[in-house]
Design a protein around this ligand. Structure first.
Ligand SMILES: *[C@@H]1O[C@H](CO)[C@@H](O)[C@H](O)[C@H]1NC(C)=O
Ligand SMILES: *[C@@H]1O[C@H](CO)[C@@H](O)[C@H](O)[C@H]1NC(C)=O
Ligand SMILES: *[C@@H]1O[C@H](CO)[C@@H](O)[C@H](O)[C@H]1NC(C)=O
Length: 135
């Protein structure tokens, strides 16, 4: 589950933390800690709270009970953009924001998922979805 660990490293801190501006990339110098190379994701880097304040974690549950995580991008105070392939068939979707550790943070429930009407799961065409949550 290396990808699980990976995604946990690229999570965010958004409007909930003072000192960071939503939509503006942090300068990566908190506590003198700058991006350093990591083997967790090819070509990836560790991040710090506030560096990618729009990044969200989706915690997905499917009806066979298995769980999966995906990323999403916060695009307003209640909407997030993600891929249709992440949310298709999920029976429960929770959003976490403001974290760099997937086990932490408050999970918010999603109440509306809109998958692109021409999403083609065989060819991953139009692989995009908008989710709405009460954050
Ligand atoms: C980086 O951001 C922090 C927090 O906003 C700020 O205090 C610091 O001056 C900035 N450093 C640089 C080099 O811009
Ligand atoms: C979603 O469920 C349908 C019907 O069971 C299945 O054909 C499809 O492969 C599933 N899609 C994904 C992404 O799991
Ligand atoms: C998905 O796209 C392929 C390639 O264009 C097409 O052949 C197929 O019919 C599409 N499937 C659906 C369900 O639209």
């Amino acid at each position: 589950m290396r990808s699980t660990i990976t995604i946990s490293l690229i999570l965010l801190f958004c409007p909930f933390v003072t000192g960071f501006i939503c939509g503006i990339r942090g300068n990566g110098t908190v506590n003198g800690y700058f991006e350093k190379p990591s083997n967790d994701i090819y070509g990836g880097c560790y991040t710090i709270p506030g560096e990618y304040p729009w990044q969200a974690l989706l915690w997905l549950t499917y009806n066979d009970g298995h769980q999966f995580i995906c990323g999403a991008t916060l695009i307003s105070d209640e909407f997030l953009l993600t891929s249709a392939s992440c949310v298709t068939n999920a029976t429960q979707i929770q959003v976490k924001l403001g974290i760099v550790d997937q086990m932490k943070g408050t999970p918010y429930n999603v109440f509306k998922v809109t998958i692109h009407p021409e999403y083609n799961s065989s060819y991953f065409l139009n692989n995009i979805a908008v989710i709405q949550a009460r954050l």
